[in-house]
Structures are given as C-alpha cells and as structure tokens.
Design a protein around this ligand. Structure first.
Ligand SMILES: Cc1ncc(COP(=O)(O)O)c(C=O)c1O
Length: 342
C-alpha cells in the first residue's frame, strides 16, 4: 500500500525503534526522565523559548495552551478552518470556557488588520479578546504557509494590546523546511507554540509546547489536571530526539513528492488542484467535477494500492511522509493518472 491518507500513519523505523529501546528513563511526573528533559531543552532552544513541555498529543498541547492563556468567558480569535476550531472535539471551548471569533481565509493565514476588525472594544457587553491562534502549516487549507511577516505583524499588534498569541505549529517543521526560515523566527511571533513529533517527523506519539517560564508552569499544572502526566515516557522522547536528528532534513523530499502527486491530479480533466498552494506535504484535489465522484475515486485507487482520504464533499487529500519513498510517490502519480482518466 502507498498510504497517502496522512503523515500521522508513519511507523517508527528500525533505527528509531533502537533509539526507543536504548532510552534512559525515569518518572517524568517527578521531573526525573532524562530523555524527556533533554528533548524539552532541545525543543525550547530550537523554538527560542525559555522552556518546553512534553505532552501526549497535539490536541492536548493546543488545549493546554489555550487554557493557560485565557479565562472562562473570554474570546479567542482564530481562522475558520483551523485544527483547534474544527478537529479537536471542541476541547478548547469545553475546557477553557472560551468562545471563538473566526477569521475567514482561503489559505489559512490572516493579518493584523484582519485581527483588528475582530478584537473587542473595552465594553462590559463584550467578551474580552484574550488570545489569537495561528496555524502553520495549515492542515485543512492543504499544508499552506502562513507568511512569517504576517505572523510578526500579528505578534506586534497583540503585544501592544496585551493579547496573547498561540501558534499551532504541529507542522512548523514543514514550514521551516519549505522556506528556510528558522523555527525560532516563526515562534517569536507567539507566546506559546505547539509542535508535533508524530506527523512528518515520524515518531509514534508526542508533542511539545514551548513558551516563557510562567506559561510553562501553568501548562504543566494543566497537563497534570487533564491526565497528561506520563511516567517513563522517555521511550517516546527518544523517538522524538531521533527524529530531530534524522527526519527533519528529509522533509524537503516529502515536499518534492507532494508536487509529483499534485501534478498528477492537476493533469486530469474534472480535477482542480491549486498548484501554487501545494507548498509542503499536503495535496488537496477538488474532484467535484470529475465524473467518478470521490467515493469511486478512492475505491479505484485503493484497488491499485494507493490510499487517499476524502476530507470534505468532493475534496480529496493526499499527504506525503516518510512512509512514502520518492519511487512510491512517482508510482502513485502514475496510478492516479491511469486510474482517473474518465
Ligand atoms: C494542525 C494540527 N494541529 C493539531 C493536531 C492534533 O494533533 P494530534 O492528532 O496529535 O492530537 C493536528 C493533527 O493532525 C494538526 O494537523
């Protein structure tokens, strides 16, 4: 199978499994897991923040970040297609008691001017704006890049008004690989940043949040409250450290492979792919005008051992990752061209 459904399907490689087996561990709830401590220091440095905290998932990293930087009854400004708003079971609203105010956008990015239109005035009738959340790269928009200058503009705008900023950087590694902009420059625009090890980096689980010391202290307590304190989880952190050493530079291959897949879809009548927006490892193909319809397309590709996902009516997603070699990406591209000719 050439599995293009998601970059979360990656399985730990033999070498990663060896790093997991060799990990030195301790009780992380006592702060005594040396491998977790090393990973936290390393990610904090990469993101240019004082501290980082290891968590089981990206969802928990986002929930903890929203909870730590808001209070019930306040408002969070975020983009309407973002992961926090759409794909986390409403957890930030549920656990933080916040409400959301949405920015509309085609590619998932927005500007300080967009935010300015939505920030609430100081008026007893209105919910105070507590937080702005950005996502880079943007999953639902197709792995799109949030321009760093726009992020910096939002960061400056928020700082002047005492509003906090969170960056959902589940795939910030991909953004940095695509643009050459260091992670720390992206992260500087936000007070808190979440990153995932279990997507393009190929670790079996694990995310981190990074930020200032007082944010991390709050986040640590909330992680415990939500049941996210783990014990000898250094076996997971070891996979993350291995991934930082061996799986970051290769993300450029995933991006090149995604272009092969995008070109294949784009060559077909009745399929619409925005090639300019295929900037990283996610390809979106609008098949609403293709005569087969999405269910038949998925089925036909599956019969040729290529797996893709429908993420909306008429919208297919194909994601490249270290599960897919360049040869397999080229093969998948040929299969897509052959199978979907009407
Ligand atoms: C942008 C983004 N943020 C957060 C998450 C949540 O990560 P997890 O699945 O580890 O909870 C995902 C998952 O795909 C994501 O794409």
């Amino acid at each position: 199978m050439i599995d293009l459904r998601s970059d979360t399907v990656t399985r730990p490689t033999e070498e990663m499994r060896r790093a997991i087996a060799a990990a030195e561990v301790g009780d992380d709830v006592f702060g005594e897991d040396p491998t977790i401590n090393e990973l936290q220091r390393r990610v904090a440095t990469l993101l240019g923040k004082e501290e980082a905290l290891f968590l089981p998932s990206g969802t928990m990293a986002n929930v903890v970040s929203v909870m730590a930087q808001t209070s019930p009854g306040t408002e969070v400004i975020l983009e309407e297609g973002c992961h926090i708003y759409n794909f986390e079971s409403g957890s930030s609203a549920r656990f933080s008691g916040v409400q959301f105010r949405l920015v509309s956008s085609r590619d998932g990015s927005f500007t300080a001017d967009d935010v300015d239109r939505l920030v609430r005035d100081d008026n007893v009738h209105l919910p105070p704006t507590a937080l702005i959340a950005m996502e880079n790269t943007h999953n639902k928009a197709g792995g799109t890049l949030f321009p760093v200058e726009a992020m910096e503009g939002i960061g400056r705008y928020a700082e002047e008004r005492g509003i906090k900023v969170h960056l959902d950087g589940a795939r910030l590694w991909n953004a940095s690989a695509a643009t050459g902009i260091p992670l720390s420059r992206y992260a500087a625009a936000a007070d808190s940043v979440s990153v995932c090890l279990s997507k393009g980096l190929g670790a079996p689980a694990g995310s981190l949040v990074a930020g200032g010391r007082s944010f991390i202290r709050k986040a640590h307590r909330i992680r415990k409250m939500l049941g996210g304190g783990m014990r000898q989880a250094g076996i997971l952190a070891a996979a993350g450290l291995y991934a930082l050493d061996h799986h970051v530079d290769r993300l450029a291959d995933d991006h090149a492979n995604a272009k092969l897949i995008a070109d294949a879809f784009a060559s077909l009548p009745g399929v619409d792919v925005d090639l300019d927006r295929t900037e990283t490892n996610i390809v979106l193909a609008d098949v609403s005008n293709h005569p087969f319809g999405e269910a038949k397309i998925i089925d036909a590709l599956k019969r040729r051992d290529v797996l893709v996902l429908a993420i909306d009516t008429g919208l297919l997603r194909a994601v490249t990752s270290l599960e897919v070699t360049s040869e397999q990406a080229a093969e998948a591209a040929s299969i897509i061209r052959e199978t979907l000719i009407p």
